[in-house]
Structure formats: structure tokens, C-alpha cells
Ligand binder design. Structure first.
Ligand code: PMP
Length: 352
């Protein structure tokens, strides 16, 4: 007998990090920025004309696309914006990953990639990171329907050299290669200049981390005009009004303030390097992160145990129960004061 449930698109959803209600929590679990958005964002919010909310926003998100293009020295036709980079990435999966051949991405990586692939019925192969949690570029030489990886990778924080990225792109001229640069601004070198040389390369970035705007949901892709045109065709076939009026107005202010961006990312990098030294002294080991988090394991105490002890202290970090990484904690970089509280607690806890 037919049952409507036979025809449901059954999915195993992505599990986002927890967003606790209390302000007392030291929140180091979702890689948000601990500093407020640029001062111009607050000014624009205060000056925002509420009457604008009667109207649909610009479907092409022109003001924001142009501000991003200007910042990176591109043409507006080389930029696509969406509701966070999750939205941009989902559009990219839908637009470009339509080959019967599997797409390739690492086994340990952003855990949304396999969710989108499953939902959209895209075949995929996960390429294991090596023992040191590095991406092996040779794994991406084989025939495939597209390639995607973050740089730095998440949740490891490991940055890949530009020459290795170019090597992967050069070996995959018949498919679209996507470099997810959600964390590139914390000490990495962007592969953006390569879009002039390779018409099959897309760079995806976000306002959620280095620009302190996770709550606004703004992400963007940069690439060849033709690639961007194809993503827009899919977007307009799905939902033409994506970014809301406030995201457009505030996003422009967030991208324009280069001095503020540089000072806050510098502070986060300095605190990250301080935290690395402290964690190491406490018996943790980790890959050399170039992101706003550290993926660390302790030599003696299981990660889950530390995770639970931290939680009782109202310090939230991220734990993934997945094979290969179930003894690691992903610790986002907060303010210096927050990280000092974390380290103070760990010193007491590990001494017991
Ligand atoms: N890519 C990676 C690697 C991420 O870790 C995240 C954050 N969860 C995203 C993309 C999505 O970020 P957002 O949608 O906030 O731009």
C-alpha cells in the first residue's frame, strides 16, 4: 500500500553548535568572533529607516555585491552573495555538482558537505586526511564530479599552501573546484588571485567569522563571471529575495572598515598563539591552526571528559563523536580574558 512517507525526502540533518540563552556562558563552540561588528554597523543600524521593511530587498543584492567587489578589486559580475556561506555553498552544490561521477572532499572536514550531497543525491567520495591531518593533493587527481575543501580545513585548522591548491585546481580543469575560505582571514593566504587564471575555481567566504556578523547571515562566492552567472540562475529559480534589507545595509559597513577588521583579526591571532602555548604546557597536542579555533587532544584525559567538565563550568567548546576525531575538542578563540578563564580552569582540572 502506498504511504505518503515513502515519498518523503529523508535526510540526516547537519547538527549546528548550541546557542545557549544565558549570557554567562563562555562560548567557544561555534567559531564566532568575540568582538563586536565594526562601529559603522551600529551607526547604520541606528540610522536604518524602518519604512524600508515594507519593500522587498534588491534581488541582486547590488549594494553589497558592489562593496565586496570593490574591497577585493573585482567586478560585481564576479561576486555572488547569500544568506551565510551555508546558503552560498548549498547553491553551489545544486548548480555545479550534477555529474554522475562522485564529488571529492576530505573525510575530516566541514560536516555540512556530506549532508548537502546526501540531500541533493550527489555521489561523493571522502578522501582521508593523512596521519598528520593534512589533505593529500594527489587524492584529488582522479576523475570526479567536482571538488570542495575548506582552507584552512575545519575542524583541524590546518592551512594548505597556495601551490598545493593550484595543483588541485590544475588537475581538475573539467569540473568546478570550490575552496571554502570561511577561516582564511586568521593568517592564511587566499586563493582568490587564482580565479583570474582558472575559470573553474570558486572561492567562498563569510562575514560570520572575521567580520563579527554571524547573526546577520552573509556569505559570498567569488569567481569567473560565467560561474557566478550560473549560480544566480539557480538562486533565481529557488528564492529571488535572499538577503534582507538590514543585512544589505549593515553588510556594506562591515566590509568597508578595513582598519577595524585588521585590528580584531590581529587580536584573535595573538590570543590564538598565546592559547596554543598554554594548551601545550598543559599536555594538549594539536595541528598548527591558522583559523580562529584550535583542534586539540590531551595526552592523558579523554576529550569527552574534558568537554563535560568545561560545560559544567559554563565554558562551551565543540566535541564531535566521529571516528578519528572523537578524542579532540574544537576550541574557538574568544577574547584574551575568556581564554585565560579557560586555561585557569584547565590548570585546576588537570591538576586534580
Ligand atoms: N564553511 C565552514 C568550513 C564553516 O566552518 C562554516 C561555519 N559553520 C561555514 C562554512 C558556514 O558559515 P556561515 O554560513 O555562517 O557563513
Amino acid at each position: 500500500m502506498d504511504n505518503w512517507e515513502n515519498y518523503v525526502r529523508k535526510v540526516v540533518p547537519y547538527v549546528p553548535g548550541e546557542q545557549p540563552g544565558q549570557a554567562s556562558v563562555i562560548k567557544l563552540n561555534t567559531n564566532e568572533n568575540p568582538y563586536p561588528p565594526a562601529p559603522g554597523v551600529l551607526r547604520a543600524l541606528k540610522a536604518f529607516d524602518v519604512d524600508k521593511l515594507r519593500l522587498y530587498p534588491e534581488p541582486d543584492c547590488k549594494v553589497l555585491v558592489e562593496a565586496i567587489a570593490e574591497y577585493y578589486g573585482l567586478n560585481a559580475s564576479q561576486v555572488f552573495v547569500g544568506v551565510g556561506s551555508d546558503d552560498v555553498l548549498a547553491m553551489i552544490f545544486m548548480t555545479f555538482f550534477n555529474s554522475p561521477k562522485p564529488i571529492f572532499f576530505p573525510d575530516i572536514t566541514y560536516s555540512f558537505y556530506d549532508v548537502w550531497a546526501d540531500m541533493l543525491k550527489i555521489a561523493y567520495e571522502q578522501k582521508p586526511l593523512d596521519e598528520a591531518f593534512l589533505i593529500r593533493k594527489e587524492d584529488y587527481y582522479g576523475e570526479n564530479g567536482g571538488v570542495i575543501f575548506p582552507n584552512p580545513n575545519a575542524p583541524t585548522g590546518v592551512l594548505m599552501e597556495l601551490s598545493e591548491i593550484e595543483d588541485i585546481v590544475a588537475h581538475n580543469r573539467d569540473v568546478v573546484v570550490v575552496v571554502d575560505e570561511a577561516y582564511i582571514d586568521f593568517g592564511g593566504v587566499s586563493a582568490l588571485p587564482l580565479i583570474e587564471k582558472y575559470d573553474n575555481l570558486l572561492i567562498v567566504q563569510t562575514f560570520s567569522k572575521s567580520r563579527s556578523m554571524a547573526g546577520m547571515r552573509i556569505g559570498f562566492a567569488m569567481g569567473n563571471e560565467k560561474l557566478i552567472g550560473y549560480i544566480n540562475d539557480v538562486k533565481y529559480s529557488f528564492n529571488s529575495y535572499t538577503l534582507n534589507q538590514t543585512s544589505l545595509a549593515l553588510g556594506v559597513e562591515a566590509i568597508r572598515d578595513m582598519a577595524y577588521f585588521e585590528s580584531t583579526t590581529r587580536r584573535i591571532i595573538d590570543t590564538r598563539e598565546w592559547t596554543k602555548r598554554e594548551l601545550q604546557a598543559l599536555g594538549f597536542f594539536f595541528c598548527d591552526s591558522k583559523s580562529n579555533f584550535i583542534f586539540a587532544a590531551h595526552r592523558a584525559v579523554p576529550a569527552k571528559q574534558i568537554f563535560e567538565a568545561l560545560r559544567k563550568e559554563n565554558i562551551y567548546v565543540r566535541y564531535f563523536s566521529k571516528e578519528r576525531i572523537k578524542n579532540y575538542l574544537r576550541i574557538s578563540i574568544g577574547t584574551q580574558a575568556e581564554m585565560e578563564k579557560l586555561i585557569d580552569f584547565l590548570k585546576r582540572y588537570l591538576a586534580d
